[in-house]
Design a protein around this ligand. Structure first.
Ligand SMILES: Nc1ncnc2c1ncn2[C@@H]1O[C@H](COP(=O)(O)OP(=O)(O)OP(=O)(O)O)[C@@H](O)[C@H]1O
Length: 719
């Protein structure tokens, strides 16, 4: 297979920075004309460069055999098939031990091989052995991602033989499918944290299962401390024979965690190991390092398609941009397949996709078709996508980091850890044997870090500190962290919240802070929405927050950049990017999202649909919070920008006599990014939502403001 490598590649070094989940770099668009797949795959066989692990190191991950043939396991299972299926899971043999361990201990740790049945079976065993009754309290089982919570709840409700939302349900942001009769509730870690706001001791649960604990998201780390605290308080109360309090059991689960460390933290010595998985996965490593992960992913995927028997393919990529490029290439390629080959259908899975589009990856495809799923690491843990037999792993992911010194957040493409690579491999071999194609060498694997650094050690802590304060944890420095964050990170978060007036000068949460904490949004965005009420511009504020929830509402292919920027001109506002985005949204609605119009105007239709969805959810949220969502500012954009400034005044810069912009907060020289509508324009002051470090520090999403607005909105700014 030949791929024209003339195109400009993404740098995957540290200078490829992102901020707030978006590309910080001017996106290096691929010249798609230059990037072609030659159908004659076998002529230039990528796998001549890949070693078959079965030949070179015989590392087959295979333990327990199942009697199910792959054909049978693919068939839709009715009740008795599902029971048979459950009995074949490795965890089934351990169910007595598991239940006894939970009965005897306050906390246990379950370390089980991927696919052994932890996430689906553990809560069912607890119910089946009578440990749960809705009187005593039900089971909460957390997942780091909503797609996992939803798909696990669907599967378990099927196995349980009830409708989703009844005995088995889920709760994720903006979507709750649980009821009074729910006894097993899958929920994201963020949702359980939110429940703590109204139920600080989690009294409606008698068992909390923290699944995929190795992921170490910031929210999971805070949950560890909060759940442990709730357990201690409940234990003390029930020891004092207070009938209102039942003890709380905690179960920590993962295939790839440091069990000893968790055992020490949770004061337990009960670690249950579940050996074995149902089906083997063969691992193929690249025989030499791949200089271009996207080319390697395309080549490998197409080679599997041409050479390997049917079975769906799951490809791991670092982000939306790469996913969309590969989607286009595979679809182009799919149109020229020989008639005797399976057709291909691509499905995408990344965080910014609306839930109903994310869950499309689980839909079956027509016969004679191979599904190719292009996913970020959100497909890495927990989920089973039926039919996936091949995993292609680029070893890349986006890592978010916060530099507390200059207050800048970045998101860069980096290598994953060994544990991540193993989790990715574990998405195959769940219904039949599978193959994992690692686009890196065995040596590279050996050199990978064991674990990804926990978010709490590298991210902006402001959202989580606000939540802790709202939960009544005043001493955030002394909180019982599994791994304590650095003091600099903590100090910066406290400072940020003080400046937003979410905390007072003593570090106590204010009424405004309490209200902000109720929004499942970053503090700055929550503040904008709250303030918008008194400024009568809630509608516009919601729309701008929604427009900022996607990487970009425009696309500009490298070979059509000039044309694209010409087409963009009609939307441009002298107020800068945010109001320009609003203009695009207005036109998009007039055009009813017409795809031809989007195409002609270089508008990213998929992202616009997401914007509309987020807007709908924010309108519901504000209504629930008692904030009227109408506006009477009559398109007075100065008012709208002043409102945004209330959340983002930390991100403002003043034009200097030298014609440079200097940030008011960290006093550094910054530049307007070339993609901004204000590029090369000189205005007295600007506000931005992202700061990007590439060749220079660049501001993105820039708006023109007046410097006197700053003293009105931010009287307590400290340099
Ligand atoms: N949504 C689903 N559809 C079909 N089969 C499923 C589904 N979810 C789980 N399974 C089956 O149940 C098995 C056990 O899944 P489960 O998620 O409980 O394993 P696990 O041990 O938690 O895995 P991991 O550590 O990878 O999350 C899977 O290997 C798969 O065969």
């Amino acid at each position: 297979m030949k791929i024209n490598k003339k195109r400009k590649r993404h740098s995957i070094s540290n200078d490829n920075k992102y901020i707030n989940g978006k590309d910080l770099d001017e996106p290096e668009q691929i010249n798609r004309k230059n990037l072609k797949v030659n159908n004659n795959i076998k002529d230039d066989n990528q796998f001549s460069k890949m070693e078959d692990i079965s030949k070179v190191d015989n590392k087959r991950i295979s333990h327990k055999k199942s009697n199910d043939s792959s054909k049978n396991s693919r068939e839709k299972k009715n009740g008795s098939d599902l029971i048979k299926f459950r009995k074949n899971l490795p965890i089934w043999q351990e169910r007595n031990n598991l239940v006894q361990a939970v009965k005897k201990n306050e906390t246990i740790i379950i370390m089980g091989e991927m696919g052994s049945g932890k996430s689906t079976q553990t809560p069912q065993f607890l119910v089946e052995f009578g440990l749960i009754s809705s009187k005593k309290g039900v089971i909460a089982i957390t997942q780091p991602r909503r797609v996992a919570a939803i798909s696990l709840a669907s599967r378990v409700s099927q196995e349980f033989g009830t409708q989703l939302g009844q005995k088995v349900g889920y709760s994720v942001r903006f979507d709750d499918k649980s009821s009074h009769s729910t006894i097993i509730k899958y929920l994201t870690d963020g949702m359980l944290l939110r429940e703590l706001l109204s139920d600080p001791l989690l009294l409606k649960y008698s068992i909390v299962i923290l699944d995929e604990a190795h992921e170490r998201t910031m929210r999971t780390d805070i949950l560890f401390g909060m759940v442990k605290r709730a357990q201690e308080i409940r234990k003390n109360k029930s020891n004092q024979e207070d009938k209102n309090y039942e003890p709380l059991k905690i179960i920590i689960m993962s295939a790839t965690l440091d069990a000893e460390k968790f055992a020490r933290y949770f004061n337990t010595s009960t670690i249950l190991k579940i050996p074995g998985r149902q089906f083997p996965v063969t691992i193929n490593y690249a025989s030499e390092p791949q200089s271009d992960y996207l080319d390697a992913a395309l080549t490998t995927t197409m080679q599997i398609h041409m050479d390997q028997p049917k079975g769906d393919i799951l490809v791991f990529l670092p982000g939306q941009e790469d996913i969309e490029i590969l989607e286009k290439l595979i679809n182009d390629y799919g149109t020229s397949l020989p008639p005797d080959k399976l057709k291909v259908i691509t499905c995408l899975l990344f965080a910014a996709l609306p839930t109903e589009q994310q869950t499309k990856v689980f839909d079956p495809v027509p016969p004679g078709t191979r599904k190719i799923i292009l996913a970020t690491n959100i497909a890495e843990t927990s989920i089973t996508i039926r039919g996936v037999q091949y995993v292609v792993d680029t070893a890349k992911c986006k890592i978010r980091k916060f530099n507390p010194r200059i207050g800048m957040e970045s998101l860069s493409i980096e290598n994953i850890s060994k544990n991540s690579a193993d989790q990715r491999m574990g998405r195959a071999g769940r219904e039949a044997s599978g193959v994992c194609y690692r686009l890196f060498t065995k040596d590279e694997y050996n050199r990978m870090e064991k674990d990804t650094e926990p978010e709490i050690k590298r991210c902006n802590l402001a959202p989580i500190i606000l939540l802790l304060k709202a939960l009544g944890i005043d001493d955030v420095l002394g909180f019982d962290y599994l791994d304590a964050p650095s003091r600099t990170l903590l100090k910066r978060a406290l400072e940020q919240l003080f400046i937003l007036k979410a905390l007072d000068s003593q570090g106590r949460i204010t009424e405004l802070g309490k209200k902000m904490a109720e929004f499942p949004l970053e503090p700055a965005y929550a503040k904008v929405l709250i303030v918008s009420q008194e400024m009568s511009c809630t509608r516009e504020a919601i729309e701008i927050v929604s427009l900022l929830s996607v990487e970009s509402i425009f696309f500009s292919p490298q070979d059509q950049r000039e044309h694209a920027s010409e087409m963009k001109k009609k939307f441009i506002s002298p107020f800068g990017d945010l109001i320009t985005f609003l203009n695009v949204l207005r036109s998009y609605e007039v055009q009813k999202g017409n795809s031809e119009w989007c195409h002609q105007n270089f508008i990213n239709r998929r992202n616009m649909k997401h914007v509309i969805e987020v807007r709908k959810q924010l309108i519901q949220l504000c209504t629930r919070m008692g904030i009227p969502t109408n506006s009477s500012c009559g398109n007075e954009y100065e008012i709208v920008l002043k409102c945004i400034l209330c959340g983002f005044f930390r991100n403002s810069a003043i034009l200097q006599p030298t014609n440079n912009y200097r940030t008011i907060f960290s006093n550094q020289n910054v530049n307007i990014h070339p993609s901004s509508t204000l590029f090369n324009k000189k205005v007295e002051a600007v506000m931005y939502t992202e700061l990007v470090l590439t060749t220079k520090p660049y501001m993105k999403n820039v708006s023109a403001i007046q410097s006197n607005w700053l003293s009105d909105t931010a009287p307590n700014i400290q340099k």
